[in-house]
Design a binder for this molecule. Structure first.
Ligand code: AQP
Length: 325
């Protein structure tokens, strides 16, 4: 089986963008690949964060991922990045073959530098080296991500190639696998859904909360009416319907909007109900998992143990190839 690697930061809520852009794909691919999923806490500390609640956020992230259908430890490996120290060791080695200019041109570095202008630290710049290490440590060949991460995966390929050329042909060049929901827009209907822009919907949101967030969300019925029937991504609420409503309902909603027979309020109400129903089992399962923290930690411990074994084997080869052993 080919190895698949992907990660998510424990920076707070899992939002509908993470869910449609990454997690749904992970759930599907875990039976096709030897899938390794990582809660990337070392990436999350590159911006200001609350030390006191980080462990809790890591466990909540693990519970949400399991509740969304990751079947660890049976069908995939789920672990916390900092539990496997080889990530930082390999990241350092990769730093030494990564051109500074490549890091400086990364869109994420530019946008995060603007968002966090009082904390433009070196970790924010070398983030893609750690990300490349995450993938290459497990010789990951496939990396399911949302569109925002494609540039980093391209850089991972450059880094792998440079290291392979300089030392030994050890690493496969990883390929991104972008999902159907590759760029979910936020509730503002403009930018990508993202926590830092506060335009997101948490997958664990209560039904009343979903409605509260959807009710004022941006819509564009006039643009939808001007478009050809079936054109995707015209109005953001319509786009969300395509993920959470049945084909018949999507057709009814679109027809209703075109004929002005269905107003935005009612269109959103239908979406809110469908989303609430879709995520109800996720909310319930996540609460169950969080009620038994030691069982949750045990899943993560088993994941780290397996990851550690794979990582140790790679690091023996890496150190030897670099003349460090
Ligand atoms: N809006 C999105 N649409 C599709 N995919 C998305 N992803 C994130 N946002 C969208 C994908 O989710 C996975 C995990 O990414 P992450 O850990 O980098 O998530 P994040 O960056 O913490 O999410 P935010 O909300 O976007 O954070 P901020 O606001 O801090 O930048 C990745 O595969 C990503 O592509």
């Amino acid at each position: 089986m080919k190895r698949l690697f992907s990660g998510i930061q424990p920076t707070g809520a899992v939002h509908v963008g993470n869910y449609l852009g990454a997690i749904l794909n992970w759930r599907e691919l875990q039976s096709e690949y030897d899938a390794v999923f990582c809660i990337v806490d070392l990436h999350a500390i590159t911006i200001n964060y609350d030390v006191a609640t980080l462990q809790d956020r890591i466990e909540r992230m693990a519970a949400t991922l399991l509740a969304c259908g990751l079947d660890a430890p049976d069908r995939c490996t789920l672990f916390v990045q900092s539990h496997v120290p080889a990530h930082t060791e390999l990241a350092w080695y990769l730093n030494t073959v990564t051109p500074l200019a490549e890091l400086q041109r990364m869109t994420q570095f530019k946008s995060k530098s603007q968002q966090h202008e009082k904390n433009i630290n070196a970790g924010l710049l070398t983030y893609p080296c750690l990300q490349a290490a995450d993938i290459l440590l497990y010789k990951g060949e496939v990396v399911p991500v949302g569109e925002d991460q494609v540039q980093h995966i391209e850089l991972s390929r450059i880094i792998a190639r440079k290291w392979n050329n300089r030392f030994s042909p050890l690493f496969p060049e990883p390929a991104e696998r972008v999902s159907y929901g590759k760029r979910i827009k936020g509730l503002d209907g403009q930018a990508k859904m993202s926590k830092s822009l506060d335009n997101y919907l948490d997958v664990l949101e209560e039904p009343a909360g979903i409605w509260e967030k959807l009710r004022p969300a941006f819509t564009d019925p006039a643009r939808l009416r001007r478009s050809d029937p079936g054109t995707p991504e015209i109005c953001n609420i319509h786009a969300l319907h395509t993920y959470f409503s049945s084909p018949e309902e999507i057709g009814r909603v679109e027809e209703g909007c075109r004929s002005a027979g269905l107003g935005c309020f009612d269109c959103k109400r239908i979406l809110a109900d469908n989303m609430a129903a879709h995520f109800a089992p996720v909310r319930a399962r996540s609460a169950e998992l969080l009620a038994d923290r030691s069982a949750l930690r045990e899943i993560l411990r088993k994941g780290a143990q397996r990851a550690q074994e794979m990582a140790a084997a790679t690091m023996v080869e890496v150190r030897k190839a670099m003349g460090l052993a």
